[in-house]
Design a protein around this ligand. Structure first.
Ligand code: AMP
Length: 304
């Protein structure tokens, strides 16, 4: 019989459990989430299970990464179902800290990464990535995993976290998983459950716009403003209120005028009251181009 998944809400206990695991010589993998689990999250858990002897998943809806007027209060919380899904998959430890166990009024430290957050979601959601980095830094220090797994769905977030881990010498190797999609192309997201039936039907238009721009690149278009127009037209056809559409260098997250090298086509917009994001990463040469998984630069000093 496979042992039951352990659960804890205590950072100290999570740390102790994982120290004991490490003392046995086992490798550890970590997947941080905000819960409301779907196949996108589960794909990262499977990556961890395949690569690590022991997998820990955290569920924490981090108040510090939500801005004023954002959806912190209504963010989907589905603790029991999430726990069942993780146990079925073979996750070893579920860590669900309470906000009070991670933050206190005495805290004075912040974590921020410069320039990588100047555009895209960093510009659209001031303070968001500082909130993400603070919680990820804390969770990495509590769990001290060998491997940590993030999704390309949040490409800018993954790049920023990779940078932080390298700059601050976190002894962890960061892995990126591809964006998992519904059959009609919609990127899976906990927020998709906010959508009405009509909104859900229109939501794949963001992906369609990004794909149309990717096809244009494949056919030779390199001009970023022409590419942005294609994405905007797709999103407008779906009724999105556009937050941003950008063509950025996939390593620096800075806007580029011409698509070349590792290119990230990124979009964000509101479908009704639901904010949605998506992206496509491409390797673009003078002749050819193709969709690819975003490649992390070799920043990590800890290749395990
Ligand atoms: P969240 O619970 O939204 O904070 O996401 C937790 C992790 O799952 C992050 O690394 C996300 O990038 C990743 N993730 C969310 N949606 C998807 C998806 N559709 N495909 C792959 N990874 C995802």
């Amino acid at each position: 019989m496979t042992p039951r998944m352990k659960k804890t809400t205590s950072p100290a206990e999570a740390g102790q459990i994982l120290s004991a695991v490490r003392r046995k010589g086992l490798s550890t993998g970590f997947v941080p989430t905000m819960g409301g689990l779907h196949e996108g999250h589960l794909s990262l858990v499977r990556m961890s299970l395949a690569r690590s002897d022991y997998t820990v998943v955290s569920i924490f809806v981090n108040p510090k990464q939500f801005g004023e007027g954002e959806d912190f209060d209504r963010y989907p919380r589905a603790a029991e179902r999430d726990s069942e899904l993780l146990e079925e998959l073979g996750c070893d430890l579920l860590f669900v800290p309470a906000a009070g166990s991670l933050y206190s009024d005495a805290d004075r430290t912040s974590v921020s990464v410069s320039s990588l957050g100047d555009h895209l979601c960093g510009a659209a959601r001031p303070g968001h990535f500082d909130g993400v980095l603070l919680v990820v830094a804390k969770l990495l220090n509590i769990t001290r995993p060998d491997h940590a797994f993030f999704g390309q769905k949040d490409a800018q977030q993954a790049v920023i976290i990779q940078r932080m881990a390298a700059d601050l010498d976190f002894p962890v190797r960061i892995f990126l998983g591809p964006t998992v999609r519904e059959e009609d192309g919609l990127a899976m997201s906990s927020r998709n459950r906010y959508l009405s039936a009509a909104e859900r039907a229109a939501a794949p238009k963001m992906r369609a716009g990004l794909l149309a721009a990717a096809e244009a690149i494949e056919k030779g278009e390199r001009d970023a403003s022409a590419l942005k127009k294609i994405v905007i037209a797709g999103m407008a056809a779906g009724g999105f209120e556009i937050d941003y559409v950008e063509v950025v260098d996939g390593r620096t997250m800075q806007p580029i005028a011409e698509a070349s090298g590792t290119v990230l086509l990124a979009a964000a917009g509101k479908m009704g009251s639901t904010r949605m994001i998506d992206n496509i990463a491409m390797k673009v040469g003078p002749e050819g181009a193709g969709e690819t998984l975003l490649e992390f630069p070799g920043w990590s000093r800890y290749e395990r």
